[in-house]
Each structure stands twice: as C-alpha cells, then as structure tokens.
Ligand binder design. Sequence first.
Ligand code: NAP
Ligand code: MG
Length: 473
Amino acid sequence: MVYINGKWRTSKKKLDVINPATGAIIESVSTCGKNETEKAVASATEAFKTWKKTPGPERGGYLAKAVNIMREKEEEFAKTITEENGKPLPDARAEVKSSIAYLEWYAEEARRIYGDTLTPSHENKHLMVLQEPVGVSAAITPWNFPLSMITRKIAPALAAGCTIVLKPASYTPLSAIKAFECFHEAGIPKGVVNLVVGSSSEIGGVMTSHKDLRKISFTGSTEVGKKLIEQSASTVKKVSMELGGHAPLIIFEDADIDKAIQGVLLSKFKSTGQTCISTNRVYVQESIADEFSKKLANIVSKLTVGNGLKEGIDVGPLIDKDSLEKVAGQVEDSINHNGTILCGGSVHTADNINGYFYEPTVIGGANDKMEIATEETFGPVVPIFSFKSEEEVIERANHKEYGLAAYCFTSNLGCGLRMMRELEYGIVGINDATPIVIQAPFGGVKESGMGKEGGKYGLDSYLNEKYVSIDMN
Ligand code: NAP
Ligand code: MG
C-alpha cells in the first residue's frame, strides 16, 4: 500500500512480507517506484504551504489524536511488529509504547518552538533569530524498529512544520501501513504525511535528488547512509543519519557484577541483538573475567529461543538468512581465532525449522584479531575480552569507525566520570545499559552518523534558523 495526498493506492506490483520465525508469507503489499514517489513529493510540497503556517498547538493536536488512536491498538501493533520483525512480544510491546511516547512528546513540543532576540548586543539594530521549518522532508527507516523509527522521525518533522514522505524497510512495511492508518484517522491534512513502499534505489534516488526536498533523515546501515549522503550532495540537503554501531560494554573489577550481567542481557539479547546500540564487545577486567564469563554463560544458556508470538520467549529469529549466516560466520571465525564457546555456538532449530534462529552464545577468550572485535554482529552473540588497565580499555573500546553507544560498569565514581569523558560515543551509559529515553538525544559520532533524534534535540533537525536584522534608524 502506498499513501499519497491522503489516499491509499494499490498497484499490481506486490511485495511479500515474510515472518522470519516461520518463513511464511504474512501478507503481500502494493509497492511503488519513481513516479509515485515524485507524486508524493508534489503532494507534500503543496501541503507544506499550509502546514508551515498552521499554529504549533494545532499541529501538535493532530499528533495527540494519533496518540489516542494508537493507544487503543497497542496490542495489535505489537503483534504486527513481532510477526514481520520476529522480536518477542514483550520487546514489541515496549517498542509500541516508545513509538507512542515520541508522538506524545512532539505533540507537546510543537507549541514550544522559540526564537531569540539579540537586541541588547546592538545599539541601533533589532536582531532576531527565527526558527522555521526546514521544508519538505524525506525519511527512510529500517526493519529493526519498524514502528518507533517512524514516529521518531514523523513526530518532530510535523511538530516543526515540515511535511514528509517516508519509505519503510521492505522487510517490515506492515507496521508502517498501520501507523499511517492512524495518521489518516487522526485527520492529519492530506499531503502532510506520505508513505511509499518499494524499491529502495528508485525511491532513494528521488529522495536524494529531488529539488523540492530539503531534508533527508535516514536510519540504517553505515554503508547505505554514506551512499545517501553522497547522492544528496548535488542538491545540498540537510541530512540526519542514524547509522551502525559497535557498542563496547566495560566491566571493572569493582563493579556490581549482578547488575553488569543484567546489563549485558538487556543490551545484547533484547530484539535478538539486532539493534544499533546492542552491546557488541564485552570487556571484563582480568581478575574477574573467568568468574564473570561462567556466570554469564550459565544465565544465557537458559534463555528461551522461539517464535516471539508465544509468551515466555526471550530471543526470536534473525531477520533473514543472510543475517543468520553472518552471525554463524562470526562465531566460526572466533573459534578459528582461539575463542572458547561457553554456551550456544550453533544455528538453533527452535520449534520451527523454517525460522532464522541462532543460539544465544557466549564466547570466552575473545581477542582483537577476531572479526567480531570490529564488525557489527546484529545477533545474539557476546564475545568476552579481558583487559588489565583503564588506559588500555579506553584505547581498545574506542572504535575507529563507529561511535554510537558505549556502556561501563564500575563502583568507582572517578573511574565512571573518566570513562564518561574518554569514550568517543554519542551515548554513554554508566552503570546503565538501557539509557534510551524519549527526552534524550539519540545519535552517534564518527561513522555512526550525524544529527540527533529525541527530546528538544530532535526538533533541531527539522528547523532552520533565520537571522533577521532591522535597522531602527
Ligand atoms: P539498510 O540496508 O541500510 O536498510 C535501511 C533502510 O534503507 C531500508 O528502508 C532499506 O530499504 C533502505 N535502503 C537500502 N538500500 C538503499 C538505497 N540504496 N537507497 C535508499 N534506501 C536504501 O540497513 P538494514 O540492513 O535494514 O538495517 C541494519 C543496519 O541499520 C545496521 O547496520 C544497524 O546498525 C543500522 N541501524 C542503525 C540505527 C540507528 O539508529 N543508528 C537503527 C537501526 C538500525 P529496503 O528495505 O527496501 O532495502
Ligand atoms: Mg540492507
């Protein structure tokens, strides 16, 4: 399905949406290409003329209506997410709650867009800075958070006065379609939000080159992000990029070990390890490394794997066969580099042989020669590296390319503060492996991206400052 100018359109060209836990087709949805994307841009361009002048509280009112509608369908949304993405229902329910929270935050924030007056700094002139919407925007979202990445982009865009054309990941268009049904029901004026499902190169081509589009916001891989930045150069678009990560989680010998273990479990196995802030490397101080590894492996070996629609499942399937093979390849490479499998280590047959399941895995004795030490895993595998000193672990934890999230566990306040300063990441959790909240800025440094989403920072991405000087003489 494609939603342009307030109308749903179908087409002959279809895309099968697969449940990664069973391999079964859930639904076939209509797709579109270049022409429809251009139509969507035209409708967003027309709608922008009115939407940018609509008062903030009124714009927020539409978002608030969408919040109420989505709240009534929370469980329905959660099921759709689990079906098309595979994450267990509790993880999907948490995603729905955070998706709604983003809408709600920006429903309120729409009335709080301020400018500045710089007058006191000048004798004869009245100096002002106005905040204006960037303009017609494009957004491309990934499959790993099929709903929250949509509301995290659409809500601040609309609050700021921008109109938008959005392309969801082809693996997970159903959550997007459901979200747009809510936007439609909320009465958001036609053309303000548009949905295009289909070929990423065709749609992405229009989104990066169309002269009427002023901004592109992307969440996905670093590889695709770089391509989109390059393509956007010819029309100098404002770009926001939420790209890949390779989060280290550091545990000092003075840390609360049980809390650190909980931290690893939450940051590695939620959403089957397929999040860009998932822990990718665990560094444990030498004196406690063996004890910690055994304790962790013991707990991880008890995690339940299976179809996320069943209650009591901790870890669901990977999104596709390639992802499963990538995870299996990294484990094999780790074994070839003298890693020890402390639990897991194989493809999991779960209760359905057609799903893409991998056993929750802990690898002891990890070292920097392993692929997993630098490459994103996006799966339920924890390598444990040991370290001697604070200086050494800082050096190793800072990644050449990635800088999205990092975590550190210690009971020494000074050490915690030093780590906070030294870790070159956009998000740092000290004794906290679940730092993400709607009011905080989410985003990375280095090749993990640019621009922030969440809180007041998320609005900045959709606003331009206009400086005005008035000579009073
Ligand atoms: P991906 O291949 O980059 O896909 C993300 C989105 O980009 C999808 O909608 C995809 O569409 C689209 N896309 C792919 N190629 C494109 C192109 N040439 N032009 C325009 N759009 C294109 O990433 P993924 O494999 O879905 O997701 C996993 C990666 O995303 C990981 O590296 C992860 O770290 C990163 N990620 C980052 C964040 C963050 O907030 N920083 C959040 C989630 C994921 P199709 O589905 O139609 O191909
Ligand atoms: Mg991809």
